[in-house]
Design a protein around this ligand. Structure first.
Ligand code: FAD
Length: 438
């Protein structure tokens, strides 16, 4: 197993069996291809079958028009209403952000942060502001979340991950920011890149990700291995654990820490690098612009000091190596596993159970399922797991943690393979770390 993997890690991974039609392209580009996990429009895929590269609106459930004979008027009405909601264009009862239909938001700012990446800030129309603001608050309270955006002409949709708010006022104003990379030939990202301030985007969601606090339990450390725009979920977690923990009680008695290893193909995409680490000789070759994301990263570090760190990696200089991950996990220093052995059936802390869950399930299971790691007579050992999260394009995730799988119509985590998998096989201290693929 190669111990170094670049952010274009497809070169180091074992190819793209799930996307055979894209093989040539994927040798050089990053792209995520995770379809959302909504049973209503999900086909059933085996673990080896290729999966859809996008959410096609054509796959969405059609209104049931019935099979019996109906008066002409009702048929027309049904078709009109059905078509309108099909395209997500109808005046719905609830026009705020929701998981079943797309609702319009206005673009209020567009910030180009590198030659290929930009930050879109969108705001909901005034009439539905209070409802949207409360939905955004709930999503930020959960921590990890994304929304789908649609391309109305092609009727396709893709997931995008909101960047944490810069201040509380942003959430109250119904605003959300997204870091988006324009992919060569990418349908959705090119469409978004052409939109301007004043245009509308159509959103559906929120789609919740893992419940990070539940999975941490008594543990305190989160390490993110992030590729490209995979920085967004890493910042969401930093926001949830560090910003929120200063205002509310946390499960953790000690100090929470979020450490990010951020890989980019080019230095111009390494936002905040120069400001945080000083200008390196290499960095002079393509300096990243100052941006709201740069300021956000600097602010996190200013506020949280050692609890928040980012290490930058640029393909031209060097790739993330096993030694970098060892250092981030503190494996050199730590002698023994510190956490109680997880009960194999515990849905929050068992490595075995994690392989078969989807990230969206955590939301529905939060109340239903309790941690089962502590048998009655066990001494008071800490219970939980530190987290290694791998976020970014499919090939990036595959190289570090193995690919996700499709099973029974759901995208599940699948076994931990890749670089982290090989580390797990040889080092028992890795038992303290749950690997989450995002
Ligand atoms: C949970 C989640 C969160 C995400 N968050 C973000 C985010 O915050 N920011 C962000 O930028 N992205 C994010 N993504 C990725 C995003 O959803 C899209 O995958 C990405 O924007 C590319 O979509 P696209 O429609 O532009 O590209 P696509 O049209 O899907 O194409 C992708 C690439 O593949 C190439 N391609 C397509 N078909 C073929 C073919 N047949 N042969 C060869 N090449 C082909 C295209 O040229 C293109 O470059 C996220 C993904 C997920 C799953």
């Amino acid at each position: 197993m190669a111990s170094k993997i670049c952010s274009s890690c497809f070169r180091a991974s074992r190819g793209w069996p799930r996307q055979p039609q894209n093989l040539g392209f994927f040798a050089t580009q990053h792209v995520y291809h995770r379809a959302p996990l909504q049973a209503s429009y999900q086909a059933s895929f085996s673990t080896t079958a290729s999966r859809p590269t996008s959410t096609s609106l054509a796959e969405l459930p059609r209104p049931n028009r019935g099979r019996g004979r109906k008066p002409l008027f009702f048929s027309f009405a049904a078709i009109a209403i059905g078509s309108a909601s099909w395209y997500g264009l109808s005046e719905s009862e609830d026009d705020s952000l929701n998981t079943t239909r797309f609702t319009p938001f206005n673009i209020i700012s567009k910030e180009q942060v590198s030659p290929t990446a930009f930050i879109l800030t969108i705001r909901c129309p005034g009439a539905v502001l209070p409802k949207n603001a409360s939905k955004f608050k709930a999503a930020w309270e959960h921590g990890l979340w994304s929304v789908e955006m649609k391309q109305p002409q092609l009727q396709i949709a893709r997931h995008y991950t909101p960047l944490p708010p810069l201040n509380a006022g942003e959430v109250d104003a119904g605003e959300v920011r997204f870091l988006i990379r324009k992919m060569d030939g990418g349908e959705m990202s090119n469409y978004l890149s052409r939109l301007q301030v004043g245009d509308q985007v159509w959103l559906r969601g929120p789609h919740y990700g893992f419940d990070i606090k539940k999975r941490l339990g008594d543990a305190q450390d989160v390490v993110f291995v992030a590729g490209g725009t995979g920085i967004a979920p890493a910042l969401q977690i930093a926001h949830k654990l560090l910003d929120a923990s200063s205002t509310s009680n946390t499960l953790q008695s000690g100090k929470l820490s979020v450490r990010i290893l951020w890989a980019n193909r080019k230095n111009v995409d390494s936002l905040g690098r120069e400001q945080l680490t000083g200008r390196s000789k290499e960095a002079k070759r393509g300096r990243a612009m100052e941006s709201s994301l740069t300021n956000q990263v600097m602010e996190l570090q200013r506020k949280h000091g050692d609890s928040f760190t980012i290490d930058y990696f640029v393909d031209d200089e060097r790739f993330i190596a096993q030694s970098d991950i060892n250092a981030a996990l503190g494996l050199q220093a730590q002698k023994q596993p510190v956490f109680a052995r997880a009960d194999k059936s515990c849905r929050w802390h068992s490595h075995e159970r994690l392989a078969s869950v989807s990230d969206e399930e955590d939301r529905t299971q939060t109340l239903a399922s309790k941690c089962t790691c502590r048998p009655h007579k066990m001494p008071e050992e800490p219970i939980g797991r530190n987290l290694v999260c791998v976020s970014g394009p499919d090939g990036f995730i595959e190289a570090f943690a193995g690919s996700k799988r499709w099973f029974g119509g759901r995208e599940i985590q699948g076994p931990v393979l890749g670089l982290l998998g090989s580390m797990k096989r040889i080092d028992p201290r890795m038992d303290d770390w749950l690997v989450l693929k995002m």
